[in-house]
Write a protein that binds this ligand. Structure first.
Ligand SMILES: CC(C)(COP(=O)(O)OP(=O)(O)OC[C@H]1O[C@@H](n2cnc3c(N)ncnc32)[C@H](O)[C@@H]1OP(=O)(O)O)[C@@H](O)C(=O)NCCC(=O)NCCS
Length: 176
C-alpha cells in the first residue's frame, strides 16, 4: 500500500496504459481497492496473485507482475506485467520478473501452462516474453481497439515441461 503514490504517478499515462487491458484512467480510490485485494489474495481461493517488482538494490517500486484466471482443473493461468516508469523500461527488469513468476507458476503452484495476450504493436513486451521462455501460439485478430484502430492480440504461452528444460528443479531464477 505504501507504493500507491508511486503507482498513481505513472498509472494513468497513455504511454503506459496503451499496452494494458484498457485505456480508461483509474481513480486513486479504485487503485487503493485493487491494492487491498491484490495484497490479500490467495492464488487458490481467489484465482490470482500479484507481486510488486522492486529493484533489489534500492528497494524502488518498479511495477507489478501477476498470475490470474488460475484454473485448478486445467492447471493453467494467465500472465500479466507492467513496469511503470518509462526510464525503467528496457533494462531487463521485465524479463527477470517474468522468469521469477514462471518459476513460481511451475515450481511452487505446480501449474502446467501459462499464457498471455499482448498487442501486436508491443514488440518490447514480446521480446521480453520470448527471452523468458514464452512462444508465440497464435493471433487473436482485431481483439483490441486502441487509439482509434483495431489491433491483433498476439497469444503467447509456455508449458511446464519447456520451462523445466531451462530451469530444472533446484535451479534458481532472478537476477541478483
Ligand atoms: C513489457 C515489459 C514488462 C517488458 O519489460 P522490460 O523491462 O521493459 O523489458 P526487458 O528490458 O526485460 O526486455 C526488452 C527487450 O525488448 C527490446 N526492446 C526494447 N524496446 C523495444 C522496441 N521498441 N521494439 C522491439 N524491441 C524492443 C530490448 O532491447 C530487450 O531485448 P534484448 O535484451 O534482446 O535487447 C515492460 O516494457 C512494460 O511494462 N511495458 C509497459 C506495459 C506493458 O507493455 N505491459 C505488458 C502488457 S502485455
Amino acid at each position: 500500500m505504501e507504493d500507491l503514490d508511486n503507482i498513481m504517478k505513472y498509472w494513468n499515462t497513455l504511454e503506459l496504459r496503451q499496452y494494458l487491458d484498457n485505456q480508461m484512467p483509474m481513480s486513486r480510490n479504485t487503485e487503493h481497492q485493487w491494492l487491498e485485494r491484490s495484497t490479500t489474495m490467495d492464488p487458490w481461493r481467489d484465482g490470482g496473485m500479484t507481486l510488486a517488482v522492486e529493484d533489489k538494490k534500492t528497494g524502488e517500486f518498479l511495477g507489478t507482475v501477476s498470475l490470474f484466471r488460475i484454473q485448478k482443473q486445467h492447471k493453467r493461468a494467465e500472465f500479466g506485467i507492467a513496469i511503470h516508469k518509462p526510464e525503467n523500461l528496457g533494462k531487463g527488469y521485465g524479463t527477470d520478473a517474468t522468469r521469477v513468476m514462471l518459476w513460481i507458476a511451475f515450481q511452487i503452484l505446480g501449474l502446467n501452462s501459462v499464457y498471455l495476450i499482448t498487442l501486436d504493436t508491443n514488440e518490447r513486451a514480446q521480446r521480453a516474453y520470448e527471452k523468458a521462455g514464452f512462444r508465440k501460439a497464435g493471433i487473436f485478430r482485431q481483439g483490441a481497439f486502441v487509439k482509434g484502430a483495431f489491433h491483433d492480440f498476439i497469444i503467447m504461452d509456455i508449458l511446464k515441461e519447456e520451462f523445466l528444460k531451462e530451469y530444472p528443479p533446484g535451479t534458481e531464477v532472478g537476477s541478483p
